[in-house]
Design a protein around this ligand. Sequence first.
Ligand SMILES: [Mn+2]
Length: 332
Amino acid sequence: MTIAFADVRRVEEIIRSASRIVCICHRNPDGDAVGSLLGMGQLIEHCFSRKEVFFQCVDPPPESFRFLQGALRMRSDYSYRCGDAAIILDCGEPKLTEMMESHPMLFNGSMPTIELDHHPRNPLFATVNIVLPDAASTCEIVVMLSDALGWSLTPDIATCLLTGVFTDTGGLLHSNTSPAVYRTVARLMRSGARREEIVRNVFRTAKLSTLKLWGRVLEKISITHEGGAISAVTEGDFRASGADYSELTGAVDYVNAVPGMRFSLILSERDGTVKGSLRTLRDDIDVSAMAAKFSGGGHRKAAGFALPGKLKPEIRWKVEQVEDEQGRSALR
Ligand SMILES: [Mn+2]
């Protein structure tokens, strides 16, 4: 897994020629999106003191990532000026930026764009596309690129990047945790990444509202004929628990813990959209193919989709009449 030399040079050229650089990550940003966005942008600031860098995302960073340096600089109101270049991070497809209508210049070739991503079916929509499906996280790619360019990392930047490496591997537990991931972790810790800070803020902190939401998710698990563990979260569940949408992240790994399942799925409802989050532990199941049937995508073992609509609760109760030893009928 390497970045082509020609791409490294093209990235260098685009960054060198731009006076303003906007870094963009996907909506509902996760740890890898926030980490790679802040890591990449602040690397540029650290290496080129004269460049202006913007951190753009249509949604604010989830609270658990606000301890990262630069997180409070994330905005949703970037406006294009001449001399700009864009770096798009962790976006498996352009629509995940939610900027296609508001900022067509990002997608029609009228400004130089660089895309750093690890989603396998990425349509390669930027001027330079560094898309490595074998990378466990986009942060891993940012580290490779930075090293190829001879840039230096600060402890704060290394902490941003290690956050994405940790979250996209589920704390180094998912099957995508390759030897390269451990090398990247070592590389970042040598640069001063504060591992304990990430563990405390991201993996060992859960708000009361999050725990209540997860309680609802776990309560509602059901097993399908196809061997799936499925749960669903309605808008009512979000309201009742006081949780916001980002707090659902991670719950699917618990649903996926049911032994013997082929896959797990959490359906969730927000603003007229039903989102599906799919996981599997099995090598012979490709959940990204399942997600693709609903116009979604992702990785073989972790994928998702979003469809316009609402969740319709369907509760089936069956009344079965049985007779006890005395021949009396009873309802069971
Ligand atoms: Mn990612």
